[in-house]
Each structure stands twice: as structure tokens, then as C-alpha cells.
Design a protein around this ligand. Structure first.
Ligand code: ADP
Length: 500
């Protein structure tokens, strides 16, 4: 064991960090064609602690070609569904066996608390790979009795097949680097696609270790390729590449629109999981202490850098003061620190840019008349910390209420009745998620259909399950990940009609 920032890290992590990082193309670990590198910064200290290749268009070309070759020739296209299932299970076992190392790398790279990285991020990755492994043998079409008017005398037989969509380009964000990689890679591998994965430039490290474990599990060269690089170069080259059949993107709505436009130009299939400004709605029968604890978890989990973060808190006016007081107490009591410290509850934000952005939003809130019931400032030290913040005295048209902040900042607002809160909850371009806090079944059921969001939680928030489709209404995206729905996103349907 060795120390890093005064905390122990495992030998495996130390070894990973001591090597020169390369990216994976066609089964080979390579540098970028242009030779440039990206500095990887530890957000808890602001210091560079690793470097990765700055891949760009030429590297994307090589990776797409490698993925194309692997899709069309060699062992991969011949693999039976059960072989794909076994490989994914072996991959999951390897992730599990290396869970601590992956969690430590994630905590150092992203800033998130290592205990969360281990028991949420890595644990979910293992579960998801195993869940998707099961789908490999359950992809099916159907048979149809067809009735074609002009061929009355012929016997006809109709059936559908689902076939892998082809080469998939995946572009993922920095908030859950490993988990978002798994969300894209696992369905691709279950369905028989091949992939070029571009992690976010802020957090490229776990994707490299993940790909290394995929090779160790036995995936043929070129099935999974990882190109590290910037969004406007490598990301843009991948999104607009003519050699891929699908783009799977998770990130901001702004970049998602660019990716979607680039993809549609080539008619590349596209799934987009984008931003949110999710409401948390506390009804008057809710226990104020439980609602406060739930609201805290909804916004402060992962430093608020969650697309489903409960960033708009609507509390019935009869409970407003109690819930805000409870929530502010929790916010003020949270322990800030480096992610690698196991006692940390709130880590730094991912980057200096993100910290400035979030503090800028808080300042704009103050300028428009909001007040901080907790936090409202940066944390101490060199890291990119922002104190958990509860803003009150906000109005629906303020920037802090309308725009996605992607940090530990919640706006708390009172409301009078259900129709009013449904209208205000939907008064946003986003529609990713919402939560309702109440035990009044009738009112909860009445509210659920009114909320325009891909996921509605009742008495919980940020809870995902592999079997439940996940995605957004409105500007929160297109398509659904996870569950049966994701199989459709990684396959094409082929209709076959045979005249016997
Ligand atoms: P955030 O605002 O949370 O940083 P982004 O949407 O900017 O999220 O980034 C998500 C992913 O999109 C990252 O991998 C990033 O490199 C990539 N990206 C950024 N700009 C582009 C672009 N113009 N084309 C394709 N990908 C991009």
C-alpha cells in the first residue's frame, strides 16, 4: 500500500498510475497519430497526475476501421449467442475482481468519494454486464401469417430477425465514467456489435483499464476500441463518421444536438441521453424529515453532477420551512474532502471549469434576489470544491431555476396545489426524471401521468434498475437505455418474406 494525498491506495492503482497510458485500437495499445497528449488533473488538488493520448480524426479513422474488420471477419461474427453471454460474464467477473482498483482510479480522476465509486459505480457496472449477458441468448424476432393480395395462390412465410446494428460509436461524459462506458459497451457486446468508445477528456482513465480487462476476458481484437481525446476533435470525428452505423451519446443537451445533427447527415442511428432539471415534489402528507433526507440525496449525490439530479425542490407551503431547515442542516453537515478519502461525503467537482460554472450560477441567483439557506460558496483548499447549496427566495423565471447547473445546488420553492405544481414541474425544456414524496396513493397516481419525464420515482430518487428503461422526454434525449428497450437501440429489424 502506498499513500496518495495522505490516503492509502492499492498497489494495483499505484501500478496503473505509474505507467504511460495509451489507447486501444485493433487490440494494440497505441499513441495518437499526432503524438499529442492530454493532462489528466486530480480535481481534489488541481495537480496533473496522469496523461493520455489526445486522439483525433486520424485515430478515430483507425479505430472505426478496426471495429469494422472485427464486425465483419474473424471470430466475433461467428460467435454464438451463448459465447457472447459467457464472455460478458467473464468480463463482469474481472471487473468485480478489480473493483477496488477501478474505484480508486475513478475517485482520483473524477473526484467522487471512493466508497461511492466502489459500492455504486463499480457495483452497478458488474450488475449491468451480468444483466446484459443474459440478453445475448434472448434476442428474438417473430413469425407472421402474411396475406398479400396479389399472391393468393402462393404459400407465404414471414418472419423477422434482429441483427446487430454494426459499428457503434459511443461518446460518454465525465460524471460516471466507468458506468457510462458499461451502459454503451455491454449492449453492444451482448448484441454482437463492435465499438469505438470515446471517454470524456476530463476522466479517461477507467475506460482504459476497462478495455484492458475486456481483452483479458477474451474479446477479439477490434471488438472494443477506446480513443481518448477531446470532444471537438475526436468526439466530432466519431459522431460524423461515415463508417459507423450508430452513435450512442450521453452528455449535455447542447453537445447532444450537435452529435445528433452530425449523425443524421449519414442516417447513422442515434440514441441521446442528455440533460435534466428534475423536480422533487413534496406533498403535504410527507414526513418532513424523510423528505429532507430524500431531497438531500437527490441533489448532493455525486456532487450534484447527475443528469437526474433533483435540482428543483417543490415543497407544499405547509411544510416548506421544516423541509428547508432539515435539508439545509444536512447540507451544512456534509464532509467535503478528496474523493480518495473514505470518509468524504462530498468530493470536488470534476474540473476548474465546472467549479467556475457552478459558482457563476450561484452568483447569478444572488444577483436576481435568491438567498442561500446553506452553502453558496466554494469549499476550502486547492481542489474544485463547492459547498452543498440550498437556494430559497427564487422565482420560476430565474436562471438558477431554469438551467441545468450540474453541481450541488438546489432551488427550494413553495407551492399551493397539485395542478399548480404539475404545471411548474413541467415548465422546463427537460424531461428526464422527477420524484414525488407522499403516501397518499390516489394523489400520487393522479400526479404520475401529468409529469412529463422518462422516469418518475415515488419516495425515492436516483434509483435505477437494469430492467427499467431509462431515458428522457423532450430535450432530455432520444431513445431508452437498459431493460429490453436497449436491445432495439443496438439492433436492426429485418423482415423476411418467403414465397414457398
Ligand atoms: P459536459 O458539458 O457535461 O462536459 P459534454 O456534452 O460537453 O458534457 O461532453 C460529453 C461528451 O461529449 C464528452 O466525451 C466530450 O468530449 C464530448 N464532446 C464535446 N464536444 C463534442 C462535439 N462537438 N462532438 C462530439 N462530442 C463532443
Amino acid at each position: 500500500m502506498e499513500r496518495y494525498q495522505g490516503q492509502f491506495i492499492s498497489d494495483a492503482t499505484r501500478q496503473f498510475l505509474s505507467r504511460s497510458q495509451r489507447m486501444l485500437i485493433g487490440g494494440e495499445w497505441v499513441d495518437a497519430v499526432g503524438g499529442e497528449r492530454i493532462e489528466v488533473i486530480d480535481p481534489a488538488s488541481g495537480r496533473t497526475f496522469a496523461q493520455v493520448p489526445a486522439g483525433a480524426a486520424a485515430d478515430i479513422d483507425r479505430a472505426v476501421m478496426a471495429a469494422r474488420n472485427a464486425f465483419e471477419a474473424g471470430a466475433w461474427p461467428k460467435m454464438r449467442p451463448v459465447d457472447r453471454e459467457r464472455l460478458l460474464l467473464r468480463f463482469a467477473d474481472l471487473i468485480e475482481a478489480n473493483a477496488q482498483e477501478l474505484a480508486e482510479i475513478e475517485a482520483l480522476d473524477n473526484g467522487k468519494p471512493v466508497t461511492m465509486a466502489r459500492h455504486v459505480d463499480v457495483a452497478l457496472v458488474v450488475d449491468f454486464l451480468r444483466y446484459m449477458a443474459g440478453w445475448a441468448t434472448k434476442i428474438e424476432g417473430s413469425t407472421m401469417d402474411v396475406s398479400v393480395p396479389l399472391m393468393r395462390d402462393r404459400e407465404l412465410f414471414g418472419f423477422t430477425r434482429r441483427e446487430p446494428v454494426g459499428v457503434v460509436g459511443a461518446i460518454i461524459p465525465w460524471n460516471f465514467p466507468l458506468l457510462m462506458a458499461a451502459w454503451k459497451v455491454a449492449p453492444a457486446l451482448a448484441t454482437g456489435c463492435t465499438m469505438v468508445l470515446k471517454p470524456a477528456e476530463e476522466t479517461p482513465l477507467t475506460a482504459l483499464r476497462f478495455a484492458e480487462l475486456a481483452l483479458e476476458a477474451g474479446y477479439p481484437a477490434g471488438v472494443l476500441n477506446v480513443v481518448t481525446g477531446h470532444g471537438h476533435t475526436a468526439g466530432a470525428a466519431l459522431a460524423g463518421h461515415k463508417g459507423i452505423e450508430k452513435v450512442a451519446f450521453t452528455g449535455s443537451t447542447e453537445i447532444g444536438k450537435l452529435v445528433g445533427k452530425a449523425a443524421i447527415d449519414n442516417m447513422t442511428r442515434v440514441s441521446l441521453e442528455l440533460g435534466g432539471k428534475s423536480p422533487v415534489i413534496v406533498l403535504d402528507d410527507a414526513d418532513p424529515a424523510k423528505a429532507a433526507a430524500g431531497a438531500a440525496q437527490a441533489i448532493f449525490f455525486n456532487q450534484g453532477q447527475v443528469c437526474t439530479a433533483g435540482s428543483r425542490l417543490f415543497i407544499h407551503k405547509s411544510r416548506f420551512d421544516e423541509v428547508v431547515e432539515g435539508l439545509s442542516g444536512i447540507a451544512s453537515g456534509m464532509k467535503l474532502g478528496p474523493g480518495i478519502d473514505p470518509s468524504t461525503q462530498i468530493g470536488p467537482l470534476v474540473s476548474a471549469i465546472q467549479q467556475r460554472r457552478v459558482l457563476g450560477y450561484i452568483e447569478s441567483g444572488f444577483a436576481e434576489g435568491a438567498r442561500a439557506a446553506a452553502g453558496g460558496v466554494a469549499g476550502e483548499g486547492d481542489g474544485y470544491f463547492v459547498k452543498p447549496t440550498v437556494l430559497v427566495d427564487t422565482r420560476d423565471n430565474m436562471k438558477v431555476v431554469r438551467e441545468e447547473i450540474f453541481g450541488p445546488v438546489v432551488v427550494a420553492m413553495p407551492y399551493d396545489d397539485l395542478d399548480e405544481v404539475a404545471r411548474r414541474a413541467n415548465d422546463t425544456p427537460y424531461g428526464l426524471a422527477a420524484s414525488i414524496w407522499s403516501n397518499d396513493l390516489a394523489r400520487v397516481h393522479r400526479l404520475i401521468p401529468k409529469i412529463k419525464a422518462g422516469t418518475v420515482w415515488v419516495n425515492c430518487h436516483n434509483i435505477l434498475d437494469n430492467a427499467m428503461p431509462f431515458g428522457g422526454y423532450k430535450q432530455s434525449g432520444i431513445g431508452r437505455e437498459m431493460g429490453r428497450a436497449v436491445i432495439d437501440m443496438y439492433t436492426e429489424s429485418k423482415s423476411v418474406i418467403m414465397a414457398l
